[in-house]
Ligand binder design. Structure first.
Ligand SMILES: C[S@@+](CC[C@H](N)C(=O)[O-])C[C@H]1O[C@@H](n2cnc3c(N)ncnc32)[C@H](O)[C@@H]1O
Length: 229
């Protein structure tokens, strides 16, 4: 497990170069075969792709430092992540209990394999359009969305995802994404959205309690929402 992190951090090694090449091929294959956000990610992982640059190296460390600090300082006992990815980011996490959920089964299979010896982490695949947890069987102190919101290109998927995210959170929601509307040309799997107005309109009893601006252009902003009684 540790080896994988070291390889991911050291892109000077030949193994890391092979990983990068596989990732590039995976992204290319998925882009060519693009049909919708879910199949994009399934195809990308099946073709050897990864969760992306934001889940590796310095960006992953930046995300982990912020979230691990928050978990520690806020006494968060359990974390649920919607869109957990291939597990590379998770290698840096310090969470007491964790459930990772993703629409892409190949990513979840990688996580199950990588964390086979870790009894504090559970994983499951779900279909966001065919998911309703009205009785709140799945919930945790903190619900996480890291580098996912700007990949929800379909309106109904965005809506269902945001509802599932807030529904699963007992105390906090953290969204790591830019809060802006923009659809970059030639990137069909990316659509930036202004999600804070959606939260104001659609979920009651929550407030934006912290905004941590991105330190560099390619990073995202941390938005921490807290439940208000
Ligand atoms: C850029 S990766 C980020 C992975 C991880 N959160 C991280 O920070 O390393 C985006 C992930 O979101 C997942 N995803 C895309 N649409 C989703 C949805 N509607 N619900 C849950 N996960 C989704 C993809 O399969 C992919 O694994």
């Amino acid at each position: 497990m540790a080896d994988r992190v070291l390889v991911a951090r050291d892109h000077g090694s030949s193994q890391a170069a092979v990983m990068k090449w596989h990732d590039r091929m995976g992204r290319l294959a998925a882009a060519i075969r693009f049909r919708n956000s879910q199949t994009y990610w399934e195809n990308r992982y099946v073709a050897g792709g990864t969760s992306g640059v934001g889940s590796y190296d310095v960006q992953a460390q930046y995300k982990a430092d912020f979230i691990n600090g928050f978990v520690r300082e806020s006494g968060v006992a359990s974390v649920i992540e919607f869109g957990c990815g291939d597990g590379n980011q998770l290698e840096l996490a310090e969470y007491p209990l964790y459930l990772g959920i993703d629409v892409a089964a190949p990513a979840i299979e990688r996580c199950i394999q990588s964390f086979a010896q870790d009894g504090s982490k559970s994983f499951m695949t779900y279909d966001v359009r065919a998911f309703a947890d009205r009785a709140r069987f799945l919930h945790a102190d903190l619900a996480l969305s890291l580098d996912v919101v700007f990949h929800l290109v379909e309106d109904d998927v965005f809506e269902a995802y945001m509802r599932a995210l807030f529904n699963a959170a007992d105390r906090f929601v953290i969204i790591y994404a830019r809060d802006r509307d923009e659809a970059p040309p030639l990137k069909r799997h990316v659509r930036w959205r202004k999600f804070t107005p959606w939260v104001e309109r659609n979920v009651t009893g929550w407030k934006l309690s912290q905004l941590e601006p991105a330190p560099l252009a390619e990073y995202q902003d941390f938005h921490v929402f807290a439940r208000v009684e």
